[in-house]
Design a protein around this ligand. Structure first.
Ligand SMILES: *[C@@H]1O[C@H](CO)[C@@H](O)[C@H](O)[C@H]1NC(C)=O
Ligand SMILES: *[C@@H]1O[C@H](CO)[C@@H](O)[C@H](O)[C@H]1NC(C)=O
Ligand SMILES: *[C@@H]1O[C@H](CO)[C@@H](O)[C@H](O)[C@H]1NC(C)=O
Ligand SMILES: *[C@@H]1O[C@H](CO)[C@@H](O)[C@H](O)[C@H]1NC(C)=O
Ligand SMILES: *[C@@H]1O[C@H](CO)[C@@H](O)[C@H](O)[C@H]1NC(C)=O
Length: 852
């Protein structure tokens, strides 16, 4: 009994001390900055003489009790805003400075809620609580020395707001689709134009050169005061940050693209920072805390945004000890308005690639370490900082938006993945997104750029598995209720085909069993015994694809200069074969088979527009917006010609003599199509050439193949009908269907199975020596020879089940392969030289689908 009382008292004490330290920091920092700022800036313009007197005389103790007063007044008046609280207090003879009330309000959890609500769609979920506690724990680690002196004053005045009363913050997301990638183009123009007036800054006139001189001097003399003072002043407030780093204050050039930050200077200051003594680094962090505490308020000036932009680049945030501050910075940035985000995005996109990448890495590290801390004791308890990850992810979304705006992107889209994230419970994220997608629960699925392709594949497959199971269960129930005997076959998608009628049989089977497409695929060739252990399925895919894509078959045309297939525009009465191709691609994704097909990137773009089949049959599908760049990828020569036309300086009408028509060869005949009504009579001129090119591109990539493509689209989506498709980029769909082009031969070696050989056999050792020494081109050829594709399934080499088997044939023979089983058959060659020679011959001469 007694001990538990004691314990709870201890806890109270602890709580008290933490709160106390926070208050102490807030007050001292306020006081310090107040004193410093008096030189050039008015704090709280409406401050009475009385208050000024009070402040100027105030010792730390006095301020401490003032803070208590301010807190008390703010709570008593029912959490009014800063001015109203100020007035309320004044009417009762309580004189507290406005800035102090501001500090109190921004730490008041109840009011944080109110403030956030003014920012539409930008609240933090996962319980956006605990700012108070986490700030305090940071301060307790950074500032232990202060504790002792803080002990002096009277504690009774301090009122620590009760965290338990905090309600959840407002919705994060109005619309999943919209939020997926931050789109600035959808902002109304007046939003884009809004640029707040910039306050004038005091002139300090420090330049990069001064800074470097000071730095060099400090390094040689060991006297760091000048450098210390510089950091102290500069990071003390948003205003000072602007003063130090804003470039040509008087310049009239004012585009949103230009952050007007002296980047060189900023980089130098940051680069030097990490090599300075601990006390300088702590000074900077303290300054940042002060600014963040002070600046938590309503609308932002451009200067504020500039300060945020500067602070995000601080390299100190790579260290976990600064994460509490970093989190608060990220939170403030995440809750800015769309207009402010718009500006930040434009500034981010102007960053140097290296620094931009560092920023992304730092955020990813922050997120993954918060999820999986190496040393949990370094972090506040997870329950207290559930808003950390949503905030960081949103800021990362800004960077992703900036990256996408650049053409070409600053860094690869895969740089936004972190494989650590593959270990979170993806299905839970997915389900959260499914259930709460349109409301306010945070899920990584709202920010798909962060989820790696491997993780997305897991989501899609698990989702389809669940669909398959429920379909299978249903057909089982149906059977039993009709008193029929259930048999195992109904759990599979059984495809029975004749080799000679491969395409038509497959088409019939898939059409007949269209409700079973999500079940596990099993293929039988009529008249052949054989259990499908995966080999027959793969063979079926390989044979079908080879036949369908053969140029003589007429469904696709192969473009030599680009190496891509494109849909032929021949009219036919039945487009169901295109549907079959789409279905095959969907089945390949679900059954983890990589297909060796080559569609240009815009094909996958079209395949995802829209990513979910619309309920309304009349809505066109598979259209996407196509541009000349897309045409470049398929028919580079034609696109080049059209581009010449666009940039031609002479008279287009007289020199090109074209009309709004397209000519195409079909079965040896030249046919003409009008690009618009009466197009054969409309000449292409300098004025209308843009329209002509756009119509031309749209004709080739959309109109002339519209029926083909929409059949293909419906085929694919008849199998892949998961909402998870919304998470995918077009490039990622391609990788799911065709595999990843990144080869890791060492991983292949590690995952290889042997048949007839031992891992340690001389031939096997020779084999790997040779293969690992091959140039990439030959490694790809080897893979193509053995597996039918020079790409790897998304799961990596382990999913490939590559097998090396011994053939007891003469060593005069070349190696062979069983593509359907990903098997390479290697005679036991005696020497490495012989092996290399024979292997190279075999893989170089195998053409197309190396079926054996
Ligand atoms: C803190 O205050 C208590 C009581 O006021 C005093 O006994 C104690 O010595 C103080 N501690 C420090 C470190 O000043
Ligand atoms: C900016 O303009 C003000 C007044 O017009 C002038 O006093 C100041 O020197 C100018 N500053 C710079 C950096 O040119
Ligand atoms: C992911 O984040 C962890 C932790 O920060 C880091 O160590 C790792 O290198 C990152 N991995 C990738 C692939 O970026
Ligand atoms: C198209 O062909 C398929 C298979 O040959 C057939 O089942 C279907 O009825 C045909 N559709 C039309 C509209 O002719
Ligand atoms: C694409 O083709 C369809 C069908 O012909 C047409 O309705 C549409 O306008 C075309 N282009 C675009 C950009 O939608």
């Amino acid at each position: 009994m007694e001990s538990s009382v004691l314990q709870s008292r201890n806890q109270e004490n602890l709580g008290f001390w933490i709160g106390y330290m926070v208050a102490y920091m807030a007050v001292t920092s306020f006081y310090d900055s107040y004193k410093r700022s008096l030189g050039y800036r008015f704090v709280g313009a409406d401050m009475g003489d009385n208050e000024k007197a009070k402040i100027s005389e105030a010792s730390v103790e006095n301020l401490n009790s003032l803070l208590g007063l301010a807190t008390w007044a703010h709570q008593k008046c029912g959490h009014l805003g800063e001015k109203a609280t100020h007035r309320w207090a004044q009417q009762r003879g309580i004189l507290v400075p406005l800035d102090l009330i501001k500090t109190v309000i921004l730490q008041c959890p109840v009011c944080q809620h109110e403030q956030n609500r003014h920012v539409p769609g930008m609240g933090m979920e996962r319980g956006a609580k605990g700012q108070f506690a986490s700030f305090s724990s940071f301060i307790s680690t950074i500032n232990q020395k202060k504790e002792a002196s803080g002990n002096r004053s009277s504690p009774t005045q301090l009122v620590i707001p009760n965290n338990k009363n905090v309600r959840d913050l407002p919705p994060i997301c109005l619309d999943v689709r919209q939020k997926q990638r931050i789109s600035i183009d959808t902002l109304p123009p007046e939003m884009k134009a809004a640029i707040l007036p910039e306050p004038t800054n005091p002139i300090r006139g420090r330049t990069l050169k001064d800074f470097q001189t000071d730095l060099d001097k400090a390094k040689s003399t060991g006297e760091w005061k000048a450098v210390h003072d510089f950091y102290l002043t500069t990071f003390d407030s948003f205003v000072e940050l602007n003063t130090a780093f804003k470039r040509d204050v008087n310049a009239s050039v004012n585009t949103i693209e230009d952050s007007r930050i002296n980047t060189k200077f900023l980089n130098a200051v940051y680069d030097a920072l990490l090599n300075t003594a601990q006390d300088i680094q702590k000074t900077v962090l303290k300054g940042i805390i002060n600014s963040l505490l002070r600046e938590w308020k309503g609308p932002r000036t451009k200067d504020d945004l500039r300060a945020y932009f500067i602070l995000t680049q601080n390299p100190q945030f790579s260290s976990t000890t600064t994460y509490v501050i970093y989190a608060h910075l990220l939170r403030q940035i995440a809750t800015l308005t769309d207009t402010d985000h718009h500006l930040l995005i434009h500034w981010f996109k102007k960053m140097a690639q290296k620094r931009f990448k560092q920023l992304v890495d730092r955020l990813l590290q922050f997120i993954s370490l918060r999820l999986f801390p190496a040393k949990p004791e370094d972090f506040p308890p997870l329950a207290k900082c559930t808003w950390w990850i949503p905030s960081a992810t949103k800021v990362l979304a800004l960077l992703n938006a900036a990256n996408t705006l650049c053409n070409p992107p600053l860094i690869a889209y895969t740089d936004f993945y972190n494989s650590t994230l593959d270990h979170i419970d993806l299905m839970e994220e997915y389900q959260t997104w499914q259930f709460y997608g349109n409301s306010h629960r945070f899920s990584f699925c709202q920010f798909p750029f962060i989820i790696s392709i491997a993780a997305k594949k897991v989501i899609i497959q698990k989702d389809s598995e669940q669909q398959m199971i429920s379909i299978a269960r249903q057909s089982l129930v149906d059977k039993v209720s009709r008193r029929q005997k259930p048999d195992m076959n109904m759990l599979f998608l059984n495809i029975k085909v004749r080799r000679l009628q491969l395409v038509s049989d497959s088409l019939d089977e898939l059409t007949r069993k269209r409700t079973d497409l999500k079940k596990k695929l099993k293929v039988t060739f009529v008249g052949e015994a054989g259990l499908d252990m995966g080999g027959l399925t793969k063979e079926w895919f390989l044979l079908l694809i080879r036949q369908i894509f053969h140029p003589d078959y007429g469904m696709f045309t192969y473009h030599k200069d680009s190496n891509f297939h494109w849909f032929s525009s021949f009219k036919c009465d039945n487009y169901s074969e295109f549907r079959l191709v789409g279905t095959l691609m969907g089945l390949a994704v679900y059954n983890s088979i990589t297909l060796d097909i080559r569609f240009p990137p815009c094909c996958y773009k079209k395949l995802l527009s829209p990513p979910i089949v619309p309920c309304d049959q009349n809505i066109p599908v598979g259209i996407g917006s196509v541009t000349l760049d897309d045409l470049y990828q398929i028919m580079p020569e034609l696109a080049h010609g059209l581009n010449e036309l666009l940039t031609y300086e002479g008279n287009v009408e007289e020199d090109f003599y074209s009309t709004f028509q397209v000519f195409q060869e079909e079965f040896g005949l030249i046919k003409s199509y009008n690009l618009k009504p009466g197009g054969d009579k409309i000449p292409v001129t300098n004025q209308n050439r843009k329209e002509y090119v756009q119509l031309y591109v749209d004709f080739l990539l959309n109109k002339s193949i519209y029926k083909q493509f929409s059949a293909f689209y419906y085929g694919f989506h008849s199998v892949c009908s998961s909402n998870a498709l919304m998470l995918l980029r077009p490039e990622e769909v391609e990788i799911l269907v065709c595999g990843s082009p990144e080869l890791d031969m060492l991983a292949l070696q590690k995952n290889t199975q042997y048949d007839g050989y031992l891992k340690t056999d001389l031939t096997v050792r020779h084999f790997w020596d040779v293969v690992l020494g091959f140039p990439l081109e030959l490694q790809k050829k080897l893979l193509h020879f053995a597996t039918g594709s020079d790409r790897v399934p998304v799961g990596g080499m382990a999913d490939l089940n590559f097998k090396l088997s011994k053939t007891e044939t003469s060593t005069n023979w070349l190696p062979t392969a069983h593509t359907c089983f990903n098997q390479l058959c290697l005679p036991p060659y005696k020497t490495k030289k012989e092996l290399k020679q024979k292997l190279t011959i075999a893989i170089s001469n195998a053409e197309g689908f190396g079926l054996q």
